[in-house]
Design a protein around this ligand. Sequence first.
Ligand SMILES: *Cc1c(COP(=O)(O)O)cnc(C)c1O
Length: 364
Amino acid sequence: MTVNQKPDTFNGSKHWPGLIKAYRSFLPISDKTPIITLQEGSTPLIPVDSISRLIGKKVKVYIKYDGLNPTGSFKDRGMTMAISKAKEQSCKAVICASTGNTSASAAAYAKRGGMKAFVLIPEGYVAQGKLAQALVYGAEVLSIKGNFDKALEIVQKVSDNFPVTLVNSVNPYRLQGQKTAAFEIIDSLGESPDFLCIPVGNAGNITAYWMGFNEYLKASKSTKVPKMMGFQAKGSAPIVNKKIIKDPQTIATAIRIGNPVNWEKALKVKEESNGEFFEVSDEEIINAYKILGQKEGIFCEPASAASIAGLIKIKERIPEESNIVCVLTGNGLKDPDCAIKNNDAIFHTNLDPSLDSVIKTMGL
Ligand SMILES: *Cc1c(COP(=O)(O)O)cnc(C)c1O
């Protein structure tokens, strides 16, 4: 298979127009929909040979690097749709609950569309980079002494009772936008992969990908669909453990969710695709995070590394010569604290500012 990520032209221009214009015919928009875009999408599909070798059996592993979207996570795919539709409906303000990335994305797109953004976050559990984004984009941030699940309960009630549009993944337009990642994978590979490995929090993204793969199959852009492999973090794995987790814990804050909104849909995806769900420990997540950084030059946030950690964990189940895509949902720069605490770098400090001391320290 050859990787040919970007179609050569869009209406005669080489410039990627954002995913709504690129996949217009697959999306619920009309000529009246104002398109609010930061030219999200068209993220690279990158072969990761060190991971392929680790799995063995002549498999080919790629990562879908969705951390390269405009606000650094796949949430932008859904947000361009949700905010464009909100704008079409003359909405003036949006609200979301967020472990960080949804708030960053909602704030950016809402502001670009001339709307207010209110974001509820769980106090103490939002990575620094994400909080910085929401603040810089000028969202109104409400930090609650409770977890994500509680925050979501509140924002749902707010949007039910006040003129504020909810942009969490219960908003159907979010998944419509997010399904385009599956289109891009098939456009790149020329066919569907055999497996898709993906981190699962609220299970919106796995649902969106499944929708995308099926729509492309129906449109004869592919001849098969992948097995969908969902990975939750141990300590925050309600779907795997078949029970709501009251106090979810994990280093992967983006998937620190105890009661996923799209739980039923996720089970359907698993069944229809012959897929499976597993949990991965924080240790396995950090191991994968380090491999991606040190062997591939790819920096993702810990939640994203769950897809690679999961693949490594289930490698015995992968047949020979499979094509596997692992989704890297968010950028590593989102969570600098995690990076600084979890690396194997050699970091010399307090050196004299002299040639001598530098070459001596380098061992030359
Ligand atoms: C939101 C998010 C997830 C989880 O996606 P769901 O649709 O909630 O399952 C995973 N990784 C990152 C980086 C995220 O921001």
